[in-house]
Design a protein around this ligand. Structure first.
Ligand SMILES: C[S@@+](CC[C@H](N)C(=O)[O-])C[C@H]1O[C@@H](n2cnc3c(N)ncnc32)[C@H](O)[C@@H]1O
Length: 288
């Protein structure tokens, strides 16, 4: 049973079912499994990297997380929206962090536990099935909290940020690798329409809402000291471009058959690449 509690501390859980539905879709599961071995984030590239060297780029993005968290070995860290636990695995294995991962999908949590055991890291990694908007951890449990491409799914980002603030120790660090976007008024209509449709179908109401500066403002209003917001879009574009190239032909077919919603990841790849001038991949760093 998922331990989310509707209405708890004002958290709006109305998006929970949509998130679960999106990640359970065969099209979504197949795409992540086939291309990224179940990992669900973009890679980070250096200039001379092959765009097809996905695994190397994924691990580098995870290392960027470890470097930005800047915690000593043994620090206790929350991974909010941990997926199959590959980010946590890398941070435990390479940086020696003790990580608690939470995720809405039972299947993700089960897979994360299996991978932790296989890597011999289960002494550093704990995964549980719960909602990051209604965390069970006591106040001031963690030295750091992070999200890797998951706060975009929150129905009530303020409630989630309040949870992060509550479970962090004073002086603790919050790092969020998330997407931000241009306002609809400042982009062409086809781009605005693509964002609206994709954010609805992929259950990302906060991405729809996170126009530039919004997440930074919400973080500050929650009581965090915002240290840095970095746009690293160009370092992840090579992977997005690969997906757009692979997805172009199937997407044309899905469109003709009216099946975009069932294959929303294919649509994301093509449309987010096409409209890449209107959104950013951002690294947010803040301290409590
Ligand atoms: C794009 S995936 C990223 C997974 C992982 N962070 C990674 O980088 O591979 C987003 C994840 O957030 C999880 N998620 C979304 N909303 C959540 C919530 N309210 N509480 C916990 N997990 C959530 C999803 O189930 C999914 O596994």
């Amino acid at each position: 049973m998922c331990r989310y509690r509707p209405g708890w501390q004002g958290a709006d859980v109305s998006n929970v079912r949509e998130v679960i539905r999106y990640y359970r879709q065969p099209g979504s599961r197949l795409g992540y499994r086939l291309f990224l071995n179940g990992t669900k984030h973009f890679g980070f590239y250096h200039e001379k990297d092959s765009p097809w060297a996905w695994s190397k780029a994924l691990r580098r993005m995870e290392d960027r997380m470890g470097e930005t968290l800047a915690q000593p070995p043994g620090a206790r860290v929350l991974d909010a929206g941990c997926g199959v636990g590959d980010v946590a695995g890398r941070l435990a294995g390479r940086f020696g962090l003790r990580i608690d991962g939470v995720d809405l999908l039972e299947a993700h949590v089960a897979q994360a536990r299996r991978r932790a055991r296989r890597r011999g890291l289960d002494h550093l990694l704990t995964f549980s099935h719960s909602d990051y908007a209604a965390l069970d951890f006591p106040d001031e449990s963690f030295d750091a909290v992070y999200t890797m491409e998951t706060l975009v799914h929150a129905a009530d980002a303020e409630a989630v940020l309040r949870q992060f603030h509550r479970v962090l120790k004073p002086g603790g660090r919050l790092v969020m690798f998330e997407y931000g976007r241009e306002t609809a008024a400042r982009m062409p209509t086809p781009a605005a329409e693509a964002f609206r449709q994709l954010n609805d179908w992929a259950a990302m109401p906060s991405f729809q809402r996170f126009t530039y500066g919004t997440l930074e403002r919400l973080t500050a209003e929650t009581g965090f000291r915002v240290r840095h917001v970095e746009d690293v879009s160009r370092s992840m574009w090579p992977m997005l471009r690969c997906f757009a190239v692979i997805g172009a032909l199937p997407y044309a077919g899905f469109r003709a058959a009216g099946l975009q919603r069932q294959f929303v990841n294919t649509m994301s790849a093509v449309e987010f690449w096409r409209h890449r001038a209107f959104w950013r991949y951002e690294i947010h760093t803040a301290d409590k």
